[in-house]
Design a protein around this ligand. Structure first.
Ligand code: CA
Length: 174
C-alpha cells in the first residue's frame, strides 16, 4: 500500500474514533461535561451500618453510549477490623425527573447497566450500607462514548468512496 494511501486510511480511522480519556478516581460530586471519557468513581465510608447514598452529577452534549458498573471494594482485614460494603444498587436519573433511566438494583449478579442517553444533565446515585467494623468502600466506572451523528457517518462513507475511486484509478493506470 503506498504510504499516501496508508496515511489517508489512518486519517479516516482516526476521525471515526474519538480520543478516550480518563476522569478520576473521584468521589461523589460533579463530574462536569463528559463527551468520550471513562470516569472511575470511588468512595470510602466510615462506620458500621452507615447508609451510602452518593450522587455523581454529569452532563452530556449529545446522544451517548453509556456503560456503568459498581462493586463492593473489600481490602484485606487488618488487626483493627474489616472494611466491607453491601451495595444495594445504582441508578442514573435525568436531573429533571425522579424516574430512573438506567438502573440495576439486583446486586447478586453484579451491578451493571448499558444504554444510551441524550444531551442533558444527569445524576448517578449509588445506594448501599457499610457492613465492616471499620466501614466500607466501593469502586465503579462510568464509560461514555459519543454516538456519531448521521452527518459523521455520511462524511465517513464519502471518505471511503473517495478512497475506493482513487484505488480503482491507481489500478487502471498501471
Ligand atoms: Ca444486577
Amino acid at each position: 500500500m503506498p504510504w499516501t494511501k496508508s496515511l489517508l486510511a489512518a486519517a479516516v480511522v482516526g476521525a471515526s474514533l474519538s480520543a478516550q480519556a480518563a476522569i478520576g478516581p473521584v468521589g461523589p460530586g460533579d463530574l462536569g461535561l463528559i463527551t468520550t471519557d471513562t470516569a472511575t468513581l470511588v468512595n470510602a465510608i466510615a462506620g458500621t451500618n452507615t447508609d451510602i447514598n452518593d450522587s455523581y452529577t454529569f452532563s452530556l452534549s449529545g446522544l451517548s453510549n453509556i456503560v456503568a458498573a459498581f462493586a463492593d471494594f473489600t481490602p484485606p482485614n487488618t488487626n483493627a477490623g474489616d472494611f466491607s460494603t453491601n451495595l444495594a444498587g445504582f441508578a442514573i436519573f435525568s436531573t429533571s425527573s425522579a424516574t430512573p433511566l438506567l438502573f440495576d438494583n439486583t446486586p447478586g449478579d453484579g451491578l451493571l447497566v448499558a444504554g444510551q442517553l441524550g444531551a442533558g444533565s444527569y445524576v448517578l446515585t449509588v445506594l448501599g450500607t457499610t457492613t465492616g467494623t471499620l466501614g466500607g468502600a466501593y469502586a465503579g466506572g462510568l464509560a461514555v462514548a459519543a454516538v456519531p451523528e448521521p452527518a459523521t457517518y455520511l462524511m465517513m462513507a464519502l471518505g471511503m468512496a473517495a478512497l475506493g475511486g482513487w484505488s480503482m484509478r491507481q489500478r487502471r493506470g498501471r
